[in-house]
Design a protein around this ligand. Structure first.
Ligand SMILES: NC(=O)c1ccc[n+]([C@@H]2O[C@H](COP(=O)([O-])OP(=O)(O)OC[C@H]3O[C@@H](n4cnc5c(N)ncnc54)[C@H](OP(=O)(O)O)[C@@H]3O)[C@@H](O)[C@H]2O)c1
Length: 270
């Protein structure tokens, strides 16, 4: 499978690094990247074909991966309106709808929209995907192969669910980083030295996430297992409940989802 990337920034680099690590021949990858600095950086790391504008390698690729920022997408796609309609297009751009991509690609319909997240940079991502009805089983597998190079994948049954996916897993790492910051800051307030506080907060999140992921028990059961009646954890969770933290959290995630929807309209003109 020959893969062309449009945009060679952070997400494209993560995908290219993951694909090559999993055995893809770098010579089957081409990248269109406008920025000379980003091109040099990619060229130093991988022996892929690089160009500053779409060329024959781009047009001959089996799959075109769209990895420019949402606000740059319309302009970046203008020279690609002739890309064969029989080939697969995979977009990782936040918020840009299939409708906008089809319009900017002059009627192209074989498109998979994906929403990866930043842990993809270390191969530990999770990507939500949605395929247009014109995408066949083999093509879904091609899209999956590309995104599996940087982590796990989950298919969504409806395109509109990519906004909640953005709110949950793409913005999600920021919620977790915020939690680490707060846990460490609370530890410092209680007298634990700063370095030790941060180390404990990070490892607590990492260890708990690994336990939740590997255990047969649900996160709810794991939480209950830690919460003895009249104990320390119960005292903390009681404060969360009194502050209606669960309600605030749900509102925060819903706000992120709504913003994703609005951004789709802003950048896509839908
Ligand atoms: N990073 C993430 O964690 C993440 C997660 C989910 C989804 N995404 C999506 O992934 C996409 C890329 O994000 P990113 O973080 O990788 O951005 P990025 O690092 O800014 O990479 C995009 C690259 O594309 C270049 N570019 C802009 N216009 C171009 C054009 N017409 N032709 C060729 N190259 C062009 C940019 O150059 P200049 O800098 O010179 O403009 C930049 O180097 C976005 O749509 C984003 O929504 C990213």
């Amino acid at each position: 499978m020959k893969i062309a990337f449009l945009g060679g920034g952070n997400m494209a680099s993560a995908l290219i690094g993951g694909l090559i690590a999993k055995g893809t021949d770098p010579r089957s990858i081409s990248v269109v990247e406008m920025s000379p600095a980003a091109r040099d950086k990619l060229g130093e790391r991988h022996k892929v074909h690089l160009s500053s504008a779409p060329d024959a390698e781009t047009q001959h690729a089996d799959v075109l991966v769209l990895a420019v920022k949402p606000q740059d997408m319309q302009r970046a796609l203008a020279p690609l309106s002739g890309f064969s309609r029989e080939k697969l297009v995979v977009s990782v751009a936040a918020g840009i709808t299939l409708k906008s991509l089809t319009r900017w690609l002059d009627g192209h319909r074989k498109i998979v929209r994906c929403m990866p997240n930043t842990p993809a940079l270390i191969g530990a991502g999770i990507t939500g995907l949605f395929a247009s009805p014109e995408v066949g089983k083999n093509e879904r597998e091609k899209a999956e192969t590309i995104l599996r190079a940087v982590g796990d994948v989950v298919w969504m049954p409806e395109e509109r669910l990519l906004d909640p996916v953005t709110a949950v897993s793409a913005s999600g790492p920021a919620y977790v980083f915020w939690f680490i910051e707060q846990l460490a800051a609370s530890a410092v307030k209680l007298g634990i030295p700063k370095d030790a506080a941060l180390k404990m907060a990070k490892q607590t999140v990492l260890g708990s996430a690994m336990l939740a992921s590997q255990s047969a028990e649900s996160p709810e059961t794991l939480r209950k297992n830690v919460t003895s009646k009249g104990g320390t954890t119960e005292a903390a969770l009681k404060v969360f409940d009194e502050a209606k933290l669960a309600e605030h959290f749900a509102r925060a995630v819903a706000a992120a989802s709504k913003r994703g929807e609005e951004m789709g309209r802003e950048f896509g003109g839908d």
